[in-house]
Design a protein. Structure first.
Length: 287
C-alpha cells in the first residue's frame, strides 16, 4: 500500500522488477492501475505474466521508470511497437507524440450531415472508400498529367503557330485549346463540387491542396477572358503577366500529392527537415 513493495513482471520469459510506486505514477495505464494488472497476476509464481513482445517492453519499461518520450528500438517494427503501446494503454498524449515523431498523421475525418453532400464529399475526397471514388481520383490524376505534359509540349517551336489563324484570330479548334479546356472544366467542376459538399468551408479554403487547385485553374480563365476581349491570341501570348500565369499552371503537379502516399511522405520529410534545408539555402545564397 505504501508503494515500497517490489513487483516482478515476466514478459515472455524476460524478467523485469520494479517498485509499485514507480508504476503508480501512471495510474491510467495497464501496469499502473492495480486493478488492471491484477488480471495478469500469477499467484503460484508471485509475478505478473504477460505473453507479449519482449523487445518492445524494454522501451516501455524504461518509460515507466524514467518518463519522458517513448523511443522505439531500431530493430522493432513500428506497427508492432504501436500495438504494444495500445495494449499497455499508455497515456494518449504520449502515444500521439510518438506517432507524430514516426510520421503518422492524425487528421479528424469530418463528413457532411446531408446524405447527398456526404456522398459527393466521399466521392471526390477519399478514393479508398469506393470503386467510383477510385475512378474519380484516377481521372483527376490523368487530367493533371495530361495538362502538365500539354503545357510542356505546346512550347515546342513546331506548335507555336497552331494557336492562331489568319489575322491573328484565336483558333478555338486548336487541339491544345480543346484539351486544356477539357482539363480545366474538370478541375473547375471538381473544386466547385468539393467546396459545396465540404463540411467545413473555412477549413476547405485554408487547405494547401485546395489553394493549389484554385491557383491552377485561374490562369486559364484570365488568359481566356483576355483573348475573348481582344480577339487576338498574339496579345495574350506576348503579355508578360499572362505568361507568368501560364507558368503557374505547373503548380498542378502538387495535386498529385493528394493521391500519392509517396509524395505525401516526401512533403512530410521536407517539413521535418526544414531547419536543415533552410541553413543549406542560406549557405547557398551566400556562395
Amino acid at each position: 500500500r505504501c508503494g515500497c513493495e517490489r513487483i516482478r513482471i515476466n514478459v515472455s520469459g524476460h524478467f523485469f522488477e520494479t517498485r509499485a510506486s514507480i508504476l503508480d505514477k501512471h495510474p491510467d495505464t495497464l501496469l499502473g492501475n492495480p486493478r488492471k494488472r491484477q488480471l495478469y497476476y500469477d499467484h503460484t509464481r508471485d509475478e505478473i505474466f504477460l505473453d507479449r513482445h519482449r523487445p518492445s517492453f524494454e522501451a516501455i519499461f524504461s518509460y515507466y521508470q524514467y518518463g519522458g518520450k517513448l523511443k522505439r528500438p531500431h530493430h522493432v517494427h513500428d506497427d508492432i511497437f504501436l500495438s504494444e503501446l495500445m495494449f499497455y494503454e499508455l497515456e494518449s498524449d504520449v502515444v500521439e507524440e510518438y506517432k507524430r515523431g514516426e510520421g503518422y498523421t492524425s487528421d479528424d475525418i469530418e463528413v457532411p450531415k446531408n446524405k447527398i453532400l456526404k456522398y459527393l464529399w466521399m466521392l471526390f475526397e477519399y478514393p479508398e472508400t469506393s470503386r467510383a471514388a477510385f475512378v474519380v481520383a484516377l481521372v483527376s490524376v490523368i487530367m493533371t498529367l495530361v495538362s502538365i505534359i500539354l503545357f510542356c509540349v505546346e512550347t515546342l517551336p513546331a506548335f507555336s503557330d497552331t494557336h492562331c489563324v489568319a489575322d491573328e484570330a484565336p483558333n478555338f479548334l486548336d487541339p491544345f485549346f480543346i484539351i486544356e479546356t477539357t482539363c480545366t472544366l474538370w478541375f473547375t467542376a471538381e473544386v466547385v463540387i468539393r467546396f459545396i459538399s465540404s463540411p467545413n468551408k473555412f477549413r476547405f479554403i485554408k487547405d494547401f491542396k485546395n489553394i493549389v487547385d484554385v491557383t491552377a485553374i485561374i490562369p486559364y480563365y484570365i488568359t481566356f477572358v483576355n483573348v475573348i476581349s481582344t480577339m487576338s491570341c498574339s496579345s495574350a501570348k506576348s503579355s508578360a503577366s499572362l505568361a507568368f500565369l501560364r507558368v503557374i499552371r505547373l503548380i498542378r503537379v502538387f495535386k498529385l500529392t493528394k493521391h500519392s502516399v509517396g509524395l505525401q511522405v516526401l512533403v512530410l520529410t521536407f517539413k521535418a527537415s526544414i531547419e536543415g534545408l533552410g541553413l543549406f539555402l542560406v549557405a547557398l545564397i551566400v556562395c
